[in-house]
Design a protein around this ligand. Sequence first.
Ligand SMILES: Nc1nc2c(ncn2[C@@H]2O[C@H](COP(=O)(O)OP(=O)(O)OP(=O)(O)O)[C@@H](O)[C@H]2O)c(=O)[nH]1
Ligand SMILES: [Mg+2]
Length: 220
Amino acid sequence: MEIKIMKNILYCNNKLAQENRELLGEKGIVSINILASPGAGKTSLILRIIEALRDKIPMAVVEGDIAGSIDAEKIDKLGVPVVQINTGGGCHLDANMFKEAINSLNPPEGCLIFIENVGNLVCPASFDLGESGRLVIASTAEGSDKPVKYPQAFQTADAIVLNKIDLIRHIEFDRDFFYKGITAVSKAPVFEVSCATHEGLIELLTWIEDFYKSKRVKND
Ligand SMILES: Nc1nc2c(ncn2[C@@H]2O[C@H](COP(=O)(O)OP(=O)(O)OP(=O)(O)O)[C@@H](O)[C@H]2O)c(=O)[nH]1
Ligand SMILES: [Mg+2]
């Protein structure tokens, strides 16, 4: 019996991701793919960023969830263009889903797109969407071992956020162990923030503005 070998799924994804990257680059659009576990604070962080930077940078959001549109509705309330992708069980977004989201959003030239990936620190790390960069969030409530257990996500990050810093005094969190896990795989800057109290957000917002400017310059 002849066995047909399917084309490598990541090869096809990467090809499409490159097309997305070129399309967005031509329009001077910068995109940030946000990876984190369920509940780490992806939507909360996007909301804080929109509130702080909306007068400076045109923004749009792609929301990835297995089901429902709860997060997209929160973004919509702030009047920012948003599109919801339901993966129907899929544990990550892929380049084709992002392409469809871009077509549906029709984002204005020069905007900054935030992509909230499906809550998961495993599969999203392997799927390039054609984004300009990645932000990986861990939260104190999840424990300090996430970088050691899920190194690939942290390895691919352009910046890392430790969220829910307001809770750190109520739980056991080994900061040294957390940073050891990160430095083993990444040189990305780490920002300790609280989306609840706004602590530490200014430094992260500055990084986002600088990242946006640097990627736009490259595209011009
Ligand atoms: N105390 C505290 N709570 C936070 C903080 N950030 C987010 N939360 C809460 O954590 C919960 C989850 O936050 P979300 O922003 O919905 O998390 P998410 O990563 O988008 O979750 P999914 O989309 O379900 O994967 C919500 O109840 C938030 O209010 C924080 O810095 N401190
Ligand atoms: Mg969310």
